[in-house]
Design a protein around this ligand. Structure first.
Ligand SMILES: Cc1ncc(COP(=O)(O)O)c(C=O)c1O
Length: 416
């Protein structure tokens, strides 16, 4: 932080125009500061991999090599290992999605899937509809293809489908290339799309002939409340993205796309151009890890730990932040979205926060157009509950002065 310098670049003339619209990820940029041992990080959505037993992964790797090193160390098929695709189909079946292994292509995390979908669908100027705010990695992936991104606001029940309907009506039939949504424990807002809105969303997408891209990294990390059926379970035409990053480990870089066959063919073509095939070794390890039942116990423990951290964060926010500050109450996943009074800009305050030993991601990173400046995303997944309490206390200190100013203005009847 604070090290950004303008460097003369003699190759400036040579880059593709699209590079002008690709922004660096605020979270990636923060990595250095946020991993300092004295900083309590609410910045990255990093799963707590210390809870994944390394010895179980080592055993899976040994088995993969023992059974067939010649396969595990070789190039594989672009679709991915049949055994792992079967496992993905079983995982999806548990949440209500009916699919076959041939409906699935393995990707290097959901992040690659986002890029491949962008590449397969988008020309410059095309409209993509997203929630506002939305996952910054999706904004980054799509922006390389230079679409116009239209954000639909959310409330506690997820995307406002009434506003989506108005937007689709304005855009007309096939007016957007796709609707990108994170229905479960949304990143960054933490909210979940209600079952009624899910039904309405798929109806609208059908009516206006716009594909839906459903990104679901957090669906299995529910702390309370009933399971909501994925959009893909309501409509087979949905393009569903899954990942092992949050239920196993992001270090293996494994995710998948489940889509209607014609779309999958296109995804496969762009995947071949991108990397020929995914890591056969990672896939073989994951295949072994998900055979048997131990992973279920690990996931249960992980979910329990995240639930405790969510509780710690909500309790600390209630204790340390004044009522002018609003925040969401997620029923699962990794994130709380905090909204401060409109005149407070969280971006310039980040340096001060890091100085005080706490990090967050400023809200404007989650919009394509500079909105969200008075907001921030807090990830509760990584720090222990005691650290979370301390981190929120430090955060409150950062905002205290500004909030006092706000109150003074408000008391004097002045608008801020
Ligand atoms: C909504 C969402 N989509 C996709 C990803 C990318 O995950 P992966 O590690 O599978 O590439 C993330 C990671 O945080 C995410 O939050």
């Amino acid at each position: 932080m604070g090290t950004a310098r303008v460097v003369f670049d003699r190759w400036d003339w040579a880059y593709a125009e699209r590079m002008a619209s690709v922004r660096s990820s605020a979270v990636r940029d923060l990595f250095g500061a946020a991993t300092r041992p004295d900083v309590i990080s609410f910045a990255g959505g990093m799963p707590d991999v210390t809870k994944v037993p390394a010895e179980a992964v080592a055993r899976a790797a040994r088995e993969a090599l023992r059974e067939s090193a010649a396969t595990a160390l070789q190039y594989g098929s672009s679709e991915g290992r049949p055994g792992l695709r079967r496992i993905f189909v079983e995982l999806m079946a548990e949440s209500g999605i009916r699919a076959k292994p041939d409906d699935v292509v393995v990707t290097a995390g959901a992040q690659q899937a986002l890029d491949l979908v962008g590449k397969a669908f988008l020309d410059p100027g095309d409209v993509v509809i997203t929630e506002g705010p939305t996952y910054l990695g999706a904004l980054q992936a799509f922006s390389a293809y230079r679409p116009r991104i239209v954000c639909i606001p959310m409330d506690d029940d997820g995307m406002r489908v009434d506003l989506l309907e108005a937007e689709l009506e304005r855009l007309g039939l096939r007016g957007a290339k796709f609707i990108y949504t994170i229905p479960n424990f949304q990143n960054p807002a933490g909210v979940t799309l209600s079952p009624e809105r899910r039904r309405r969303l798929v109806e609208l997408a059908r009516q206006y002939e716009v594909p839906i891209v459903e990104d679901d990294p957090y669906g299995r990390l529910r702390f309370e409340g009933g399971h909501c059926k994925p959009l893909k379970a309501l409509d087979d035409d949905v393009i569903y993205l899954g990942t092992l990053s949050k239920i196993f480990a992001p270090g293996l870089r494994l995710g998948w796309v489940c889509a209607p066959r014609p779309i999958l063919q296109k995804v496969l073509l762009v995947k071949q151009a991108a990397d020929l095939c995914g890591s056969e070794f990672s896939q073989a390890v994951a295949e072994r890890y998900f055979t048997g039942t131990r992973w279920r116990r690990v996931l249960k423990d992980l979910t329990q730990a995240y639930a405790e951290r969510r509780d710690a964060m909500l309790a600390a926010l209630a204790e340390h932040l004044p009522p002018e500050v609003r925040y969401t109450r997620p029923q699962g996943g990794f994130f709380v979205w905090v909204e401060l009074p409109a005149f407070i800009d969280t971006k310039p305050l980040l340096a001060e926060a890091v100085e005080r030993g706490v990090a967050y991601v400023p809200g404007d990173a989650f919009y394509p157009d500079g909105r969200g400046r008075n907001c921030m995303r807090l990830a509760f997944c990584f720090a222990e509950p005691e650290q979370i309490e301390e981190g929120v206390r430090r955060l409150a200190e950062v905002f205290e002065d500004r909030l006092e100013l706000y109150r003074a203005f408000a008391d004097a009847g002045l608008a801020v």
